[in-house]
Design a protein around this ligand. Sequence first.
Ligand SMILES: NC(=O)c1ccc[n+]([C@@H]2O[C@H](COP(=O)([O-])OP(=O)(O)OC[C@H]3O[C@@H](n4cnc5c(N)ncnc54)[C@H](OP(=O)(O)O)[C@@H]3O)[C@@H](O)[C@H]2O)c1
Length: 391
Amino acid sequence: MIMQPVLYWPQRVHSGLVGGGSRIGRAGGEGPKRGIELNRVRVRVAVVGASGYAGAELISLLAHHPGVAELHVISRQHAGEPVGKVWPHLVHREDLLFEPLASEELAASVDCIFGSTPAGAARELAVPAVRHGVRYIDLGADFRLHDPDLYPRYYKFSHEGEALSLLGEAVYGLPEVHREEIKQARVVANPGCYPTAVLLGLAPLLRHGLVARDGRAVQVAALSGVSGAGATPAAGYHFPEMTENARPYQVATHRHTPEMEQEAAALAGYAVPFTFVPHLIPASRGILATCFVPLEEPLKAARALELYRETYRGERFVRVLGEEALPQIKAVAGSNFCDVTVRMAADGKTAVVLAAIDNLRKGAAGQAVQNFNLMFGWPEETALTGYPLFP
Ligand SMILES: NC(=O)c1ccc[n+]([C@@H]2O[C@H](COP(=O)([O-])OP(=O)(O)OC[C@H]3O[C@@H](n4cnc5c(N)ncnc54)[C@H](OP(=O)(O)O)[C@@H]3O)[C@@H](O)[C@H]2O)c1
């Protein structure tokens, strides 16, 4: 690990929502102050699962991150090949070769591992890593749910031994909510793509206890681009079947539901059930979530919007849209932004919340790098300042 004392001039100053207060990311909190000398840390980093879509996004972000002293990209299938062989947009990186997976050797030779692997794989990878003092950021689901009993039901595996104790200490990596805990974490569970959009959309209402407490569910319909399903081809994602199509899947049974319920309950302080219906649309990237939220009491539209603005003032990556605009995938694609807004239904007691993210950025690799920045003392926006691709 290379310690580099530098003078830090932050554009914004953040603290987390944890510990109370009505605003997420309050300026002037415990974050670094203007002109303070910090120890920025340059570290050796590995991406496991670098031949997957989220892994490719991580390579693009980490390859020019000033905090990365060494970048190792791991692929079991493509070990020895240059990354450009799998990823055409990285063809100029002839020097960057996929390396084979050897968990113990890897744990002994890097400071941080991004696990961009399918659910179930990270349990095996994180244990030796943490034993060697390596910090682990898991993009999969292995460490997201605090209740181990939910895993056999939703993921068909369970945690034992050291993996179980890592599950107990892992921090849910939604920086706008858990910023201070993430800074100290050894294992960060990067949120799922749908929960990222939904939770950022609902946090202002949840945090203020405005969501109904009588057991009525928050209803969520969300659209996702097909890259959300990963790089492995499958019949249902085949062009003739996906183009000009939109189709629901895992209606009210999707595994991201308990994740939303866990974090919503933590924000609200009481149980909030969800009915969640995801849909695939013929787009490469992006998620658009529409949430119908039963409220405790009537809320005026102007007050609702004000609440959103207050909550996210100072947050670099959450853009609250006013009355004149609505979130859309194209406006966030290729960026780490989450666009959110709120409208009131005619009954005055149901909020309609809309949120858009790029599933591979704020929904996966971008958020993972945001967490990395927090963990290693870099300004939170490092390597994430790119604007969306539009049109
Ligand atoms: N795609 C998204 O929008 C998105 C958003 C949020 C979260 N996530 C989560 O992020 C993770 C990666 O997603 P993805 O879309 O990039 O998936 P993907 O395209 O299927 O890539 C996963 C990669 O993991 C590697 N892998 C598979 N099993 C492994 C194992 N047992 N040990 C080590 N490596 C293994 C594979 O590479 P090799 O076989 O070459 O080693 C594969 O290329 C998943 O958990 C996913 O749920 C994805």
